[in-house]
Design a protein around this ligand. Structure first.
Ligand code: ZN
Length: 143
């Protein structure tokens, strides 16, 4: 769906003059700013080549050796590879480069760190859905 009229009030852009295109150049262009809602029946991990595995809430070291342990949606608790503490995926210390959820709001064509949601948007999402929201950046896979 296209970004709405209030988009630039709900997302803060770093830097002085962001060059954001809200319209595709042609029918094949998908490198413009649009919004997609991604909803899944079970929690899903979204990550890209820049993502680091989340940290343990107890010892703060990377809780898992690799992503495969988080890609299994049946897995509800994980044992930290360093201290052995048990944590649920939502308790891990996620970086701003990956996330796990059933519902995502994807904003396309924003570079990592280029923009962030304003606090009132995060509060509004929390109020409307009854759960906490966070944001992260993925690198777009080309080709
Ligand atoms: Zn640990």
């Amino acid at each position: 769906m296209p970004a709405g009229k209030r988009f630039l009030q709900l997302i803060t852009f770093m830097g002085c003059s962001p060059h954001i295109r809200f319209e595709p150049r042609d029918a094949d262009d998908d490198d413009y700013c649009f919004i997609r809602i991604l909803e899944y029946e079970h929690p899903r991990l979204l990550r890209s080549q820049n993502s680091r595995t989340p940290g343990c809430p107890h010892c703060r070291k990377p809780a898992v050796a690799d992503w495969s342990l988080l890609e299994n949606p049946q897995k509800t608790t994980l044992s930290c590879q360093h201290c052995g503490a048990l944590s649920r995926p939502e308790e891990l210390r996620w970086n701003n480069d990956a996330g796990m959820a059933r519902l995502f709001i994807e904003i396309n064509s924003i570079f990592p760190g280029e923009a962030q949601p304003v606090e009132s948007l995060m509060q509004h999402l929390q109020k409307e859905t009854g759960c906490e929201w966070r944001y992260f950046y993925l690198l777009q896979e080309k080709g």
